[in-house]
Design a protein around this ligand. Structure first.
Ligand code: PMP
Length: 372
């Protein structure tokens, strides 16, 4: 069996697959009410979010969740500071501009780096931004920002904070309540461990108030205010309808979130085990990269994500290496960042695969064999 080790979609557990492999149930059937309601409750645990935060589950991909965050917190005439670490920071910048929001970009000095906290603080001081936005892990560079410090800067400046966690949530440490973040969003096909198809977002009470105060409503299909009563109804296990949810995906979401929270590692449990597991797998991968002489795209090891590795092709190799790794039974991804696209490749090591010793071992061995 070929292993899918790209930075999403990823391998999923047999139980997750079995849960989605059903005749599509009605959105008001008892099993969907239970799976939907329970998933909303479990999301608060996975996000480490407060009891009064609001989780949202929508049919869609991560891009939809990004639009949802942008349009519910900001409106034409607002301004926002974007911490730019790559391709997906560029994407949210475009979305903000389409919403008529002025963007102050704080760019990393070079690809694989992050802007300093001083630069971000300065941008907040010099502007009247309503929100500070960052990509937790940029999938195009494999760079992770210091989300805790960025959330703290937002609190100090009394602005809202939005984190794109599509390549991070449930793999990288994120403590939504303790850090005071306002939106943390993701999609189902990465460290959450499902097939693609769900946009997942948790909003703080401050984020919900920001929506309530908008003069220009978001697009109806992603409006917090349209969806909130539906999420509340599902959490109360009551039937309701606004737009049809992806019911087989909801069945698998409950199973996937349960699996995440049931994790155990070296005396740790739940999210603490989950974060530690991704850290351990990533450091093991980095050890192998070092021994193979592979150079990370992230400039310093502490910037390297635990969910994926972005690696420059070594001398004498090019994109053909991805094909040779596939010949060894493992699918990895080519480059994504337009400026260095042809010079590097990406390996996912998150979610279900991070719990499977043989997935990691086979991936590291396949890359080593392909290089030789
Ligand atoms: N943000 C990040 C960091 C991502 O990695 C991705 C997907 N690779 C997205 C946003 C967009 O998600 P989707 O492809 O599910 O729309």
């Amino acid at each position: 069996m070929t292993l899918l080790m790209i930075p999403g979609p990823i391998e999923t557990s047999p139980a997750v697959q079995a849960a989605a492999a059903c005749a599509p149930p009605s959105h008001v059937s008892p099993q969907v009410l239970e799976a939907f309601g329970r998933s909303l409750e479990l999301m608060r645990h996975v996000w480490l979010a407060s009891q009064d935060s609001q989780p949202f589950i929508l049919a869609g991909s991560g891009t939809l969740a990004m639009d949802m965050a942008v349009q519910n917190l900001l409106e034409p005439g607002d301004s926002a500071v974007v911490v730019n670490t790559g391709y997906f920071s560029d994407r949210i910048t475009t979305m903000l501009k389409q919403r008529g929001v002025e963007v102050i970009s704080v760019k990393a000095p070079s690809i694989g780096d992050v802007p300093s906290l001083e630069q971000i603080a300065q941008a907040l001081e010099q502007t009247h931004a309503k929100a500070l936005i960052a990509t937790h892990v940029d999938t195009s560079t494999g760079v992770r920002v210091d989300a805790q410090a960025i959330a703290r800067l937002a609190r100090q400046a009394e602005v809202l904070s939005i984190f794109d966690g599509v390549c991070a949530t449930a793999g990288e440490r994120f403590e939504m309540e303790a850090w005071g973040a306002d939106v943390y969003l993701t999609a189902s096909q990465k460290a959450i461990g499902l097939a693609p198809g769900l946009a997942l977002l948790v909003a703080s009470p401050r984020a919900l108030s920001a929506r309530a105060a908008l003069k220009q409503a978001p697009m109806m299909s992603i409006d917090f205010d349209q969806w909130r009563p539906i999420m509340e109804a599902y959490e109360a296990r009551k039937p309701s309808y606004f737009a049809t949810p992806a019911t087989p995906m909801i069945m698998s979401l409950k199973v996937g979130l349960d699996e995440i929270l049931a994790d155990e590692l070296g005396g740790l449990s739940g999210m603490q085990a989950r974060f530690a597991r991704h850290e351990a797998v990533a450091s093991r991968a980095r050890e192998r990269w070092r021994s193979l002489g592979l150079e990370l795209v992230p400039k310093r090891e502490e910037l390297a994500a635990n969910t994926l590795s972005a690696l420059y092709y070594p001398q004498g190799h090019d994109a053909a290496l991805v094909g040779r790794i596939k010949d060894q039974g493992v699918v990895v991804a080519g480059g994504l960042h337009p400026e260095i696209k042809a010079r590097y490749f990406r390996v996912g090591h998150m979610g279900y695969s991070a719990t499977q010793e043989d997935h990691i071992q086979r991936t590291l061995d396949a890359i080593e064999a392909a290089l030789k």
